[in-house]
Unconditional design. Structure first.
Length: 412
């Protein structure tokens, strides 16, 4: 048999000993996630000047009429960092609704009452965030629970299943003790996670970025507003910040580091792996409003005499670039830029077809010191998706994409 109870009903509920005598009222309840993530493990009662603790296995029955014990050997309450206290740590706190991709404030909690042959247990089922739960809070202790339940039935239900809830805990030691994981956040789309992060406090943002996978953190950071990006990186230890920046594309990393205080930027660079560090430092040498400052150094080049089959093999060897790839670039023996080949043209050509026969016209490029306004004008005039950037000798230095242009226009 199973029923349900709300935290607003549990709080203040009378507790009776084995002889049916009232010994106090429930003040709070706690889950111990390392033992069981959903079972209420402890009940806290105020019996005069001291709080006492009731273990879940000391409870005989639970109902809206009260909690009856089968063992009244209670112990004084002592603060325990392994406990998630529901009234103190969850009620009125912001949590993340992973399923709905939003930050919500908990206004009540719903339990199921699991009845066995020997005792009753409360198990976390949902957190409540809507009008019903606010009404229950408003009339808590004023109206009988029967009246409250009857009146709230006409109100819309708004709750979140407990397994879709992600608690944000700033203290790293307490996160560990409470067994709080951000694995569900890592499965979200980076843009959705970015929206959530922007709603959180500075401490909560730091807590998430310290914990989630560095690759996920990098993808999410790329979706966040620039001023919040810098605050997040500045709040992290240099080694963690370096891990995240190292997962970003070089031009995104350079743009971000360029916005930080020079000392902070240098600390992060010092912790980065040598290859990533070299690519980023090279881009940091260019002014932000030049083609060099806008370009990305992740692209695929082939010799001007390569054919379609060669291009397919090259792409197989650079799978990490394929998601954003739309153009291949041809260079000569001296690595000087020759032509651009739209990726879509490969699919209509034979494997033996020469890539230079599929190139775009006109052949366009800009030098690393070309001004941002001129670059933007070229994208607009020729409806470009990519634009090669060359050095003074005509060698390919990087590529500017239409995404980079859109970002710039949005910032303006």
């Amino acid at each position: 048999m199973s029923d349900h109870m709300f935290f607003t009903e549990l709080q203040g509920l009378r507790v009776y000993d084995v002889k049916g005598r009232k010994i106090g009222r429930i003040r709070d309840a706690a889950v111990v996630p390392l033992i069981d993530p959903i079972r209420v493990d402890r009940y806290l009662i105020g019996g005069g000047w001291a709080w006492l603790t009731i273990r879940h296995d000391q409870v005989k029955s639970i109902s809206l009429d009260g909690i009856y014990l089968r063992d009244e050997n209670l112990t004084p309450y002592h603060r325990d960092e392994y406990m998630l206290r529901l009234g103190r740590d969850l009620l009125d706190q912001q949590i993340i609704d992973v399923h709905g991709s939003k930050v919500v404030r908990v206004t009540d909690i719903t339990f199921t009452i699991n009845k066995t042959e020997t005792n009753d247990e409360l198990r976390l089922m949902e957190v409540d965030i809507g009008l019903r739960s606010m009404f229950r809070r408003l009339v808590q202790g004023v109206l009988p629970y029967q009246t409250t339940r009857r009146l709230m039935m006409s109100m819309p239900l708004n709750s979140i299943r407990w397994d879709y809830c992600n608690i944000v805990e700033a203290d790293p030691q307490r996160r560990l003790r409470l067994n709080i994981s951000h694995a569900m956040l890592e499965k979200m789309h980076p843009a959705d996670l970015a929206d959530i992060v922007e709603e959180l406090s500075a401490d909560d943002r730091e807590a998430i970025f310290e914990t989630i996978d560095s690759e996920v953190a990098a993808e999410t950071l790329s979706e966040i507003e620039p001023e919040i990006q810098t605050r997040i990186l500045e709040s992290l230890d240099a080694d963690k910040a370096a891990d995240i920046v190292g997962e970003m594309s070089p031009h995104e990393a350079a743009d971000l580091l360029g916005e930080l205080e020079e000392s902070t930027s240098e600390e992060i660079l010092e912790e980065m792996e040598s290859e990533d560090k070299s690519d980023v430092q090279e881009l940091l040498e260019f002014e932000d409003d030049t083609a060099g400052g806008m370009m990305n150094t992740e692209y695929i080049t082939l010799h001007e005499n390569a054919n379609v089959a060669d291009a397919i093999e090259a792409m197989k060897g650079n799978e990490e670039l394929l998601e954003n790839l739309n153009t291949l670039f041809l260079v000569d023996l001296d690595e000087k830029y020759v032509a651009s080949v739209p990726l879509a043209r490969l699919f209509a050509a034979a494997g033996s077809a020469q890539l230079r026969e599929l190139r775009s016209e006109p052949t366009l490029s800009v030098t690393v010191d070309e001004k941002q306004d001129e670059v933007t004008e070229l994208f607009d005039k020729y409806n470009l998706l990519t634009l090669p950037v060359v050095d003074d000798e005509g060698k390919l230095s990087g590529v500017i994409t239409v995404d980079d242009i859109i970002t710039i226009l949005r910032q303006q």
